[in-house]
Design a protein around this ligand. Structure first.
Ligand SMILES: [Mn+2]
Length: 424
């Protein structure tokens, strides 16, 4: 049996640029949050007495890592080495220059994968043979299919692990530049575990073998909400992998949903803000967390009065709440950062269906050749069109093409609409 910590995307040195705060104390706390999360990760590895730690890229937020960030990383790795824990790590797209730079010397227990795909072998504390294969980025973008270059599972090893910083192939040349891979190409190599990095959301890809993104260790905006941390993994021969998510940060981005009652003016709205803050504060106290909060007001389409009040006073009420906390409470356990307004989705959908239906009806209407012609009259008055198009307009195939293209355009608009919803 082997046990290890798999983390990625430490992004040491990352600023929280998108966080609105005038408060210096909060600002400095946020600067320290990533560092604290990293050291908690080290504590967990030591307390859990793991065999080794895997760090799958983007260790620094900067392309090469400032000396200060290098010191931070080294300090963590030194502590692991003192506890007799090996570290295997690589650099990703964010810190690709770290490969090319002078770097502080790491302890012997640390293996940094070079730019070439490399396999290291060692014997675990349980006297089992472990092989780990990986590589580092030496440039920001890598379009090559690196998975294809990985060696097949090393038969003599009890466990063979792959480390990979990258993203599943999207099938779009403008997106596929983070070592695009497919799940099948990883599965086919026959490894026992894939330690991935790059995607900041913690997830296990559906496959015959665990292909795991632990996510980043500290969120920096509201698209990175909720707990952040690493995976504590146990592999035993002939048994399914045990993967436990361990939280490493207590600064979390948090969304508090609010259903508004019918409000009777700005006083009522102010009370809602205050009440919501108190509610989040209770949650934060119970969980022992710092919640960087977004108030998410859920309205229905008919709720125009509340919407108007929010649009008019929301920003100022938020400022007022922050001012109060900065000056009186001076604690940041439920700090309100921003608010959002969400209109009921089922109603949105109803509107959209109606819209689509109307479009389709129009489309059907113009299938009538007389209407089609009438619509094109204005075009025919132009001599260019007469010259190039008149013959074709009478052609049935041409008409069908126009219909089809119109329909495609309509489909396109619905697709965009759906994508927008998902992004939310
Ligand atoms: Mn990253």
């Amino acid at each position: 049996m082997i046990r290890f910590i798999h983390a990625a995307d430490l992004h040491l040195g990352q600023p929280m640029k998108k966080i609105k705060t005038q408060n210096k104390k909060l600002y400095h706390s946020l600067l320290k949050a990533t560092e604290e999360s990293f050291f908690r990760l080290i504590d967990i590895a030591i307390n859990e007495k793991v065999d080794f730690v895997l760090l799958a890229g983007d260790l620094y937020d900067n392309p090469k890592g400032s000396l200060q960030e290098q010191f931070l990383l080294k300090q963590g790795l030194d502590r692991l080495a003192q506890a007799n824990i090996k570290t295997f790590m690589l650099f990703g797209n964010h810190d690709h220059l770290a490969m090319a730079q002078d770097h502080l010397r790491f302890p012997e227990e640390v293996t940094v994968f070079p730019r070439e795909i490399t396999t290291v072998h060692f014997t675990s504390k349980s006297k089992e043979e472990v092989a780990i294969t990986g590589f580092s980025y030496d440039q920001r973008w890598i379009r090559e299919d690196m998975a294809r270059k990985f060696p097949k599972r090393f038969d003599k090893a009890d466990y063979h692990l792959g480390m990979f910083h990258g993203q599943e192939r999207q099938g779009r040349s403008d997106k596929d530049h983070y070592c695009p891979f497919t799940r099948t190409s990883l599965e086919e190599l026959g490894y026992d575990y894939w330690a991935l990095g790059h995607i900041h959301k913690s997830q296990i890809l559906q496959a015959r073998v665990p292909i795991v993104y632990p996510g980043n260790i500290q969120g920096t905006h509201f698209k990175e909400k909720g707990p952040k941390g690493a995976c504590l993994v146990t592999l035993s021969k002939g048994r399914e992998a045990e993967i436990e998510f361990v939280e490493t940060t207590d600064w979390q981005f948090y969304e508090q949903p609010i259903k508004l009652p019918l409000l009777d003016g700005v006083d009522d709205l102010r009370e809602v803000f205050e009440r919501t803050y108190q509610e989040v504060k209770r949650t934060a106290e119970e969980e022992g967390l710092h919640l960087l909060t977004q108030f998410c007001f859920q309205l229905s389409l008919t709720d125009k009065d509340n919407l108007l009040l929010l649009k008019r006073y929301g920003e100022e009420l938020m400022d007022q709440l922050r001012w109060q906390i900065d000056n009186k409470d001076n604690n940041f356990i439920a700090y309100p950062i921003t608010y959002s307004i969400e209109v009921d989705r089922s109603e949105q959908k109803r509107v959209s269906n109606l819209y689509q239906q109307a479009l389709l009806e129009k489309w059907q209407e113009y299938k009538d050749p007389a209407k089609f012609e009438a619509l094109l009259q204005a075009l025919f008055r132009h001599y260019h069109w007469q010259r190039y198009l008149k013959k074709e307009v009478d052609d049935e195939q041409f008409q069908e093409d126009v219909y089809q293209q119109a329909l495609n355009k309509m489909d396109l608009s619905t697709t965009n609409y759906r994508q927008k919803q998902w992004r939310d």
